[in-house]
Design a protein around this ligand. Sequence first.
Ligand code: MN
Length: 255
Amino acid sequence: MRILLTNDDGIHAVGLCALRERIRDLGEVITVAPATEQSGVSHSITYQHAIRAQRTGSDDDPGWTVWGTPADCVKLAILELLPWKPDLVVSGINLGLNIGVAALYSGTVAAAVEGSMFGIPSIAASMEVFEPEDVTEAAKAVRRVVETVVGEDAPTDVILNLNVPAASRRPRRELRITRLRMDSFSERFESYSEDGCRHYWLAGEINHGEIDPETDVGAVLAGHVSLTPLRLDITAEDRRAVLERMNWALPKDEA
Ligand code: MN
């Protein structure tokens, strides 16, 4: 099996290194990851200047450092850097959960989305971090999911968004197949004044309240590993007919 490994925390991130060590023996693994932290950049790409890339790692642990976004890394890897088309793209392990709407802002998830755009099965893996040993535990869980995805011929037309709760949320019972919880966060800005400007930091927390156990948030809060299948085509197919019935007549051209 040939695996492209990437992330959004940067090529030296502990989550990526732990995962690489844990899955190396599954096949050939090549890491192509951002030079700097790219968390929260979502699916942004670089096209207004050249993307710089440098070979890193070693012969038995090959990789490329890319001065670009996670989506850049996957695109560049598949089109230019890799000697083969990967059988699987794995992004992560992100330090921090990508559940609910966080999945939409996430560079980790976007890298998997990019892999899926090439028709390659893609997994985004994220974890809740409380203790250092959580990284090892999460890497074991991700490996198990990789084995299942490959061994059981998982659907290839979806992105698999995996979230592993902290080990302290015991007992961690099982893996749940979930859906995104879209009202997942309460957000606000914290601000201060300096140099004649107002400065704002985005802050927020998980919106507790009624939590559907079938959602990713519900699963993780209950101590389960959450696996959400995501689709690339965000067309609201069921709303097309409603819009078709409305009057969209455009102004006539002047004669
Ligand atoms: Mn990140």
